[in-house]
Design a protein around this ligand. Structure first.
Ligand code: HEC
Ligand code: HEC
Length: 493
């Protein structure tokens, strides 16, 4: 271990003086668990007995008990279980009357193109909805668009589960897990470009990279499906329900370039659009800090989002509803069950470690190496946002919501759900890392092995917004044995 550039020098020096000769034999006088107390789950977290992690998908959907829970909640049943069941329904099916493509487009593609789209959109990494053939969990019927002189056209929109529900490496389904298999860029392009190409727009009007993403779908469409799809879509499109999506080739090119699990929400076709391509990784939602913890750690608020500027889950949900839904129909009072549900999510239990002694060595190293200096907040998150130079990580995020860097949020954004500008990056909570194949805010690094450069050196990517050069100290400071110990420890969180 080379000299430490950062805090906790004293603790590290003491540890060396005490004698690390026999690292496996941790000093009996030290209470590592007390030093690492911030990594523990918040005391008293009450998940209402719901099943949020299971190999049985129907168990995670409470065997249908989430349906109707919000009717009961609206009718005044406000006990914890009903509230959380309603919040869970909102997580999976709540669109808040958000906009999106015609439902029939999602359904037909999700039923009839097993190779390119996959059943229930499993081909882009989503999980088919057992209660709605053709749709994945994460897309739900939203509202009926009025069609002058025709049948109403049902519109589908995305819900929280579209990005924050995933299958873990061990096969269990987990609510709150970032779906890093989800190729949002390809799905968006399929839903926006395909109808345009089918109804006669020339491919040359679009970015070649984007057309290439959609080509397998075009190739798989047989004549029959193509005719039926057109027959279903054309009257809807003629009635003025436009396919959502970008027509700007630069935006299309960016979407085609996003890795699965990373996306830029502040980009056309969605509003707000801050005009810069800053794809970030979908985050885990487990064990967000409680108010007591925020006070104990002197944090201004829950510091949500990678920039850490968003105040809390309630603000986050209200932001989502305000920008993507119908806030008049869904004021904060009616959002409350979803907020309570998200705050009730716990990390999935990690697999049992192969070598407990190695985990103990990693634990001691984590403390002695000064990691807690920045990862000492609730669940190992940071208590402030760091400058990009402090951590050597890709700095495109500095322009998040403020493309011209004048310190004023752009495009109609203000403090609150979108959040304050921090011009920095926080460390996320370090729980469930064993289940996350993609790391750092831009998702550019593959797993803990990649982060510690166990098999390959970094950086390999330097393109702005996509760089994998962050936290290189983890590659440089430690011996192979120390890296293995740190990784073994981190995988137990
Ligand atoms: C299209 C994908 C997508 C959907 C849908 C989505 N999110 Fe997210 N979520 C993200 C991404 C990406 C981030 C990281 C944002 C950033 O760059 O700061 C994130 C971050 C978050 C965070 C911050 C977590 C933390 O620890 O800082 C919360 C909370 C959150 N989302 C909740 C929700 C809720 C609740 C919903 C449904 C109302 C939702 N999200 C819908 C992609 C999505
Ligand atoms: C100077 C502050 C600082 C120190 C010291 C520090 N970290 Fe970090 N760490 C961060 C920040 C900030 C991020 C987020 C960077 C990003 O996403 O680009 C991060 C990210 C991480 C991640 C990836 C989390 C994820 O989900 O992507 C891991 C794992 C990690 N740090 C482990 C460690 C370990 C182990 C140590 C001690 C050897 C350590 N860190 C020391 C600030 C720090």
């Amino acid at each position: 271990m080379t000299p430490l550039p950062r805090p906790r020098l004293l603790a590290a020096a003491l540890a060396l003086a005490v004698g690390s000769a026999c690292a496996g034999d941790a000093d009996a006088t030290r209470d590592l668990d007390a030093e690492l107390a911030a990594l523990a789950a918040p005391p008293g977290l009450d998940d209402g007995g719901l099943t949020n992690v299971s190999a049985d998908l129907d168990a995670v959907l409470e065997r249908g008990a989430i349906f109707g829970a919000c009717d009961r909640w609206d009718a005044g049943e406000r006990d914890r279980e009903t509230t959380l069941l309603c919040g869970k329904w909102m997580f999976f099916y709540g669109t808040f009357r958000g906009a999106g493509p015609p439902q029939v487009l999602l359904e037909m593609l999700g039923r009839e193109l097993p190779a390119s789209v996959g059943h229930g959109w499993s081909g882009v990494g989503q999980i088919p909805d057992p209660y709605h053939d053709g749709l994945p969990l994460g897309w739900a019927p939203s509202y009926d668009a009025a069609r002058p002189g025709g049948e109403p056209a049902p519109i589908a929109a995305m819900t929280c589960a579209g990005c924050h529900f995933a299958q873990l490496p061990d096969g269990r389904y987990a609510v709150g897990a970032p779906n890093t298999r989800f190729d949002y860029g390809r799905q968006l392009l399929t839903l926006s470009l395909l109808p345009r190409l089918l109804t006669g727009e020339p491919a040359s009007a679009h970015a070649p990279e984007a057309v290439a993403e959609v080509q397998p779908v075009l190739d798989e469409l047989g004549d029959d499906t193509r005719q039926r799809l057109l027959a279903a879509l054309v009257p809807i499109l003629q009635a003025g329900v436009t396919p959502p999506g970008a027509t700007d080739p630069d935006v299309e090119r960016a979407q085609a370039g996003w890795r699965p699990g990373t996306l830029d929400t502040f980009m056309a076709p969605l509003q707000p659009d801050d005009g810069v391509d800053i794809p970030t990784r979908i985050m885990a939602l487990w064990e967000i800090a409680t108010d007591e913890e925020l006070a104990a750690h002197g944090m201004p608020h829950a510091m949500l989002g990678w920039a850490g500027g968003s105040a809390g889950v309630a603000e986050f949900v209200d932001f989502f509803v305000t920008w993507f839904g119908d806030r008049e129909a869904w004021p904060p009072e009616r959002q409350a069950p979803l907020v309570a549900f998200v705050r009730s999510l716990r990390r999935p239990t990690p697999p049992a470690p192969a070598d407990q002694a190695e985990v103990e060595r990693g634990k001691a190293l984590f403390v002695d190496s000064g990691c807690l200096g920045c990862h000492g907040g609730p669940r190992g998150g940071s208590t402030r946002a760091y400058g990009f130079d402090e951590i050597g990580t890709d700095d495109a995020l500095a322009r998040f919501m403020d493309p011209d860097g004048d310190g004023v949020p752009c495009c109609g954004l203000d403090a609150g759900g979108g959040g304050q500008l921090t011009r920095g990056v926080k460390s996320p909570r370090l729980v469930g890392l064993w289940a996350q194949p993609r790391l750092l805010h831009d998702g550019a690094v593959d797993g803990l092995d990649g982060l510690f450069c166990v098999t390959t050196a970094r950086p390999t990517v330097t393109a702005a917004g996509y760089g994998d050069g962050g936290h290189l100290d983890l590659c440089e400071r430690f011996s192979p044995g120390e890296k293995a110990a740190l990784i073994a420890f981190l995988e137990t969180l």
